[in-house]
Design a binder for this molecule. Sequence first.
Ligand code: IVH
Length: 682
Amino acid sequence: MTIPDSTRQRAADLREQIESHNRRYYQLDAPIIADAEYDRLMRELIELETRFPELASIDSPTHRVGAPPVRAFAEVRHQAPMLSLDNAFSDEEVAAFDRRLRERVGMQSETIEYVAEPKLDGLAVSLTYRQGILALAATRGDGQVGEDVTANVRTISVIPLRLAGRGHPEHMEVRGEVYMPKSGFRALNERALRLGEKIFANPRNAAAGSLRQLDPKITASRPLAFFCYGVGLFPQALLPSSQDVLLELLERWGLPVCSEVACVQGVEGCLAYYRRVLEKRALLPYDIDGVVYKVSRFELQQRLGFVAKAPRWAVAHKFPAEEATTRVEAIEVQVGRTGALTPVARLAAVFVGGVTVSSATLHNADEVRRKDIRVGDTVVVRRAGDVIPEVVKMIPELRPPGARVFEMPDRCPVCGSRVEAVPGEAILRCSGGLYCPAQHKESIRHFASRRAMDIDGLGDKLIDQLLERKLVQTAADIYALREQDLVDIDRMGVKSARNLLRALERSKTTTLARFLYALGIREVGEATARALAAHYRSLDDLLAADAESLQQVRDVGPSVAGHVAAFFAEPRNRGVVADLIAAGIHWPPEPEISGARPLEGKSFVLTGTLGTMTRVEAKDRLERLGAKVSGAVSKKTHYVVAGADPGSKRAKAEQLGVDVLSENEFLQLLETASAHASAVSS
Ligand code: IVH
């Protein structure tokens, strides 16, 4: 069947549009069309390609949904070997590395320029582009021979199937790391826990397990991402002069490059970079296990060459270990906010990842059984970034005789209510609801927590006492506390009582998203709360929504919709919500949606140091969402974003009554605005 030219043209247009939206959505975080509109474009392309199969070119974004499964991966011999890196574990080793290479090239008295990059904790892949089209993707394997994972890599949205821009070589190989963002990893494991499936020990294992799936549809459903950090085979004539320029070039062609990459001078520059990145490690949205320093100039790299399997011109400076071994002294059962029973290992205190850890989660009974953890065992504990410590495995050789097997109780250890197994879920729950003191306490704690209502000073012990004295029954009671109530409590001075009352006042100004998150509705985490707020924009509209219309909200499926609807259908919950609003909890109206530029007309001033991005990045993100960023605070300024050590601009803002946003609030605003931008035409 001959394909009409107009159809051919339409398919090409659609492909280009979809790829450009993919780039905006996944790389720039600045979508300009709604999900529904995107789906429509995709459906139209799939229809055309089904009708005219010859149209389904190899670079079509329709491949992202996953090709049919294969029986085994084909072997791929790398055209240039995939090397590994030497490690350095101390400042001295980095200094020795720098000294060695300067001596080797006769630059003893010069300062070398390095490109410093995070060492991403994922798995290395090689991407071959022919005529700008992704033709082959392979794992590292033994460095010489890897596996052909092309069909799987095509499902990773941030990886361009066709390069953007111009000037790319006919044939080139890009090297980089496939990883799983921490948030995706957490969500994947939470789901697995609920369904009683095997959970992944860390984001790296999850990324590797997801990429090495014989069925690309499974890979497509996993939240994988990618950063490139170099090239393999690449025509010498087109190679720029240095690593930093190369990364810029790759970025222009649409390949994602990590925004933490920096040019640094000499050992001092390297070590300062290391400290900076180590400090913000927990805030980064992906796991890293160190940083990499690479001699920037390629001419120097070539002169330095390789030893065995690693280049002489690069070194990985590893972060302190985040795993340690210790002994399980007891296994206790904790009752969470939703009644979930979690076995927790009480450990002999051990220093890991920069803090002392004395307990670690064992997730659920299935996991304890699968890992065969018993009281008395010596185990490996892991603490990654801001993730709660967990027991990775036990060491069989060190098991003492008579190590006790753990059994889950059939009564709630806190309130004695029956323990229920929910069909299809691996988790056991206490059936006591808010009558269970543990669930009650956890729900108040969650309400007050930093990412919810952020009530400074309302800690664990104080909540215990407030509940014990029946001063607080529901979250709304917190706002009725008076100074005298607090002073009567053990060891609470007038000063701390007043501080808490001030914190309570401050917390009353919040966002709709935070408020929804604080309510502790089952399965409504921060991202879902933000999506609900961005969609409904008013609490009344949300309260009026039924389970069916809730499913119109981005990423809300039948289960979450059911929980939200059930929560608001319960008169007691509605009562608490009404009491909270009556107590004065309020939020600024959700920003007006105006096209793809939700911050149009808003003016921002940035001050102080942000931990998660540079000021230039912050400015860039704001401007892409339509905002204006200026240097001086005036009455016309809408928001001042205050990082660490903010200086006089913050004071000026407070004087003028301009809203001051903390970094966290700022990040939230960016996310909400991006969600608006993508919800625009729905
Ligand atoms: S460069 C010849 N840069 O670390 C240079 N590798 O230990 C080879 N990795 O297999 C790699 N982040 O999987 C480089 N910014 C980065 C990296 C990085 C992570 C991994 C990569 C490699 C391993 C080497």
